[in-house]
Design a protein around this ligand. Structure first.
Ligand code: CA
Length: 404
């Protein structure tokens, strides 16, 4: 259907609703309003119509407003009003500085609409106007209790600084990419960074396009408070019972928890084993004042557990060479002596933890700068001042359950 056909068949346009589920109660907390048009007895998405910038603005605004009226007329009749997520093109919204939308919402407030249940979804990356002015508008909307979500994060390049500036209440992250075979580590790293950003700016994460159990698990594991997608609920012209997925979500979450706990126990088990092993080895090797000898001795005794060892003091200055395994052969690299590592994330925090607990610590999984592989580091206090660092190779982690 082309734009003119749609404009002459507005009586066939209808709002569809897709439920948003919460991770804390496993219930429906709200609905995203989506545009559909009835065509040959089937409802077609109006998505392409709304995203086509060649279609006159006034057409798109007219259809958008029509859908919104229909949805709001429905929502104000409900006993308990769920969140209503409405998509707005930021470029169109700014044409009248958001005035007509606000007037429309205020008109419905008089009829019973609860404004702090209104969430406006904006796409940040196609906005071409002045971000400061958009930000002012958002701030103004907020004084009415209206919430702002940034839509389509992860789909196209999103700017962290722009998202930070808009300071949204909700970040909507699309998980479609996750199912592609071409999805690489970079995608996971970006999503992880977004989840850290969300935490810093106090935004809630909503994962959408959840179409499989695997995606749901990913959303749960990566700080998703809200979920949306075909796996949970297909958009429909009707609202559903709040508890439609309660049992299923609870059951699946229990599986996720069991799986994750098992992995965490594996990490703690390895950490304990390494503490015991190191205690024995270091005690056996008395001449700990010559650290190059110590790491050479340890490299022979740790086997597959390590590919790189070194010692640093509590200021991060390296007190030994690096000993590195390359093609099954260990060699000392003197040039690392006295390098400083205090600038690395968690370095000082871990030193203090080890000083306090008098025990070694196994790091999280991270990408090694030199090899590019996912590794973990075990740090171990040798005495009050110096600390041993053991880099554990990917192969070892891969071969032991729950360490990756
Ligand atoms: Ca949306």
């Amino acid at each position: 259907m082309d734009a003119l056909e749609i404009m002459t068949n507005l009586h066939l346009v209808a709002p569809f609703y897709q439920a948003v589920f919460s991770a804390d109660e496993h219930k429906v907390v709200g609905y995203e309003v989506l545009g559909r048009i009835k065509y040959e007895d089937e409802y077609k998405s109006l998505g392409p119509f709304f995203h086509d910038e060649a279609i006159p603005e006034e057409y798109r605004i007219e259809v958008d407003d029509l859908l919104l009226h229909m949805a709001l007329d429905h929502f104000i009749t409900l006993d308990k009003q769920p969140y209503i997520f409405m998509n707005r093109d930021a470029n169109l919204l700014m044409i009248d500085h958001g005035e007509s939308l606000l007037n429309l919402l205020l008109k419905y407030q008089d009829k019973g609409l609860i404004l702090n249940k209104v969430v406006i979804e904006l796409t940040e990356h196609n906005f071409i106007g002045d971000l400061e002015r958009l930000n002012h508008l958002i701030t103004y909307y907020r004084t009415y209790g209206i919430k702002i979500a940034v839509d389509n994060i992860g789909k196209e390049s999103s700017n962290f600084d722009r998202i930070g500036l808009l300071n949204p209440d909700i970040l909507k992250i699309d998980l479609k990419e996750l199912l592609k075979t071409t999805t690489g580590q970079a995608y996971h790293d970006v999503l992880y960074s977004i989840s850290l950003l969300a935490r810093k700016i106090g935004a809630t994460l909503l994962y959408e396009d959840v179409e499989t159990l695997f995606q749901l698990q990913y959303a749960w594991k990566n700080g998703g408070r809200y979920y949306q997608g075909y796996f949970l609920h297909k958009p429909s012209s009707e609202l559903v019972c709040d508890e439609v997925m309660k049992e299923k979500l609870k059951e699946e979450t229990l599986h996720f928890i069991q799986h994750e706990k098992k992995k965490l126990f594996s990490v703690y088990d390895l950490s304990e084993q390494l503490n015991i092993k190191l205690q024995g080895l270091v005690q056996k090797y008395k001449k700990v004042d010559n650290y190059n000898e110590l790491i050479t001795y340890l490299s022979q005794n740790l086997g597959e557990l390590s590919f790189r060892l070194y010692v640093c003091d509590d200021y991060g200055f390296q007190q030994s060479a690096n000993i590195i395994k390359e093609e099954e052969k260990w060699s000392l690299k003197e040039e690392y002596y006295m390098k400083n590592w205090s600038w690395r994330p968690y370095f000082l925090e871990n030193i203090v933890r080890m000083k306090y607990n008098k025990k070694g610590i196994l790091s999280d999984l991270y990408s090694d700068v030199e090899s590019g592989e996912n590794i973990r580091t075990f740090s171990y206090p040798l005495n009050e001042k110096d600390y041993l660092f053991i880099d554990i190779p990917y192969e070892f982690l891969f071969e032991h359950d729950g360490l990756l």
